[in-house]
Design a protein around this ligand. Structure first.
Ligand SMILES: [Zn+2]
Ligand SMILES: [Zn+2]
Length: 417
């Protein structure tokens, strides 16, 4: 059966060929589904609400990747030069690309694990004929018509902040969800803000005592599966407790089928979904992108690179203050999701608490924000995951951070301060 899939994760491991392997995650729908949906906004939203994407995880050797059609001869994204030759090994050039592939067919194949989003049973299948889709082709045009956020009205950052529960932040907890990120920002007994909802292919990532509730709000850093998968789990197991307010980044390129699935479910349930729009492009061609900011009395959100085509960098970051129990003054907290530090607005010269960017990946660390004395940086990565790179440790140590690892704490919340 032929599928079209969004490359949600592309992670090269190792240092030398041919041992070098690449982790791939494709989020896909049957290719035949695309042809049955007319390209109108209403039909697209209805389509999203009925989606049942599959998730395909494979660990492939680099020579297998090179030998597929993955190099996408002649393919180009807006503003990029022509591609060709060896397939690029840079995640920033691969994540968000679309591929066609077959599961269970003949020919050269690689073993893959297939999951469905709302029933995480795993099936082992051969993956073959992986071929990059040119978004200017006829299939690419169908994908662009069905997986763009243009159908969802966008709002300003101020409108997003206004929709969040009001009141000072009481505490912040980085949950142990394995791969991915879920941070619970407690406002009072009645309401919390969740910064991402994590991912856990083994089932519900949340402890029964510390899970999202209907009165809570969610701020999504970006649409990658390891930040939204727990939302689908919550929908499956505790739909009545699904948070009713969602602040999400509106993205320039396509979203993945699973992002569309979640968005379709939220919209069809009548929940409040504020899609934070994109800012105008920078005035000069080579000027650095201007972050857009939404400022509230207690919480500030920003989009560091709203025009980036890279999901990790075009999302939402959050900063706020938490009163300290020892009376030493409010602690400054920074939550950045997977965004590079480079363009994150300098809300404060130094911080007391940081959820480390991108689960400790080495990509795009640059200069981490500085820690105040005793500042704690938490790595949310899961015990088995390959992020948490030594370069990330070193860079954060160099910025004076003390470090904690969520997988070394018992499952459940880690409260700070
Ligand atoms: Zn992530
Ligand atoms: Zn990400």
């Amino acid at each position: 059966m032929t599928y079209v899939g969004y490359l949600d994760l592309f992670e090269p491991h190792g240092r030398s060929a041919p041992e070098q392997t690449i982790s791939l995650r494709l989020i896909a729908v049957p290719a035949t589904d695309l042809t049955t949906i007319p390209k109108s906004s209403a039909a697209v939203l209805e389509y999203w609400g009925t989606l049942q994407p599959i998730i395909v995880d494979a660990e492939v050797r680099q020579d297998w990747w090179d030998g597929t059609g993955a190099r996408g001869q002649g393919e180009r994204a807006p503003g990029e030069g022509p591609r060709g030759g060896r397939a690029p090994l840079d995640p920033r050039q691969n994540e968000g690309r679309w591929f066609s592939f077959e599961l269970g067919g003949g020919g050269p194949s690689t073993p893959a694990a297939m999951h469905t989003t709302l029933n995480f049973t795993t099936q082992n299948v051969p993956l073959c004929n992986l071929t990059a889709i040119d978004l200017q082709s006829s299939v690419g045009t169908m994908i662009r018509g069905r997986f763009r956020m243009d159908a969802v009205a966008t709002v300003s950052g101020a409108a997003c902040v206004d929709a969040l529960p009001s009141g000072p932040v009481v505490s912040v907890c980085v949950l142990s969800v394995g791969q991915g990120l879920a941070v619970r920002v407690v406002i009072d007994d009645e309401a919390a803000i969740w910064y991402d909802l994590g991912w856990n292919l083994e089932g519900m990532p949340f402890d029964p005592a510390v899970r999202p509730r209907a009165g809570d709000a969610v701020v999504l850093s970006h649409w990658d599966y390891d930040h939204i998968g727990g939302g689908l789990e919550q929908w499956r197991e505790r739909r009545d407790e699904m948070p009713r307010v969602w602040i999400v980044p509106s993205v320039r390129r396509t979203i993945s089928p699973v992002a569309a699935e979640l968005l379709g479910k939220l919209l069809s349930a009548g929940f409040t979904v504020k899609a934070w729009g994109r800012s105008p492009p920078a005035p000069l061609p080579n000027a650095p992108p201007t972050p857009v900011v939404g400022i509230g009395p207690h919480i500030t959100i920003a989009r560091p690179e709203p025009w980036s085509i890279v999901a990790n960098d075009s999302g939402i970051v959050m900063t706020f203050h938490v009163p300290c129990s020892d009376g030493s003054g409010p602690a400054a907290v920074l939550l950045v999701g997977d965004a590079r530090y480079l363009h994150i607005p300098r809300f404060s010269p130094a911080y007391d608490f940081l959820a480390v960017k991108h689960h400790g990946s080495k990509h795009g660390i640059g200069q981490p924000p500085r820690a105040r004395p005793g500042g704690v940086a938490v790595y949310s990565h899961g015990g088995q995951h390959k992020h948490v790179h030594p370069e990330s440790f070193a860079a954060h140590r160099g910025a004076d951070w003390l470090q904690q690892h969520e997988h070394e704490t018992p499952k459940g919340p880690k409260a700070y301060p």
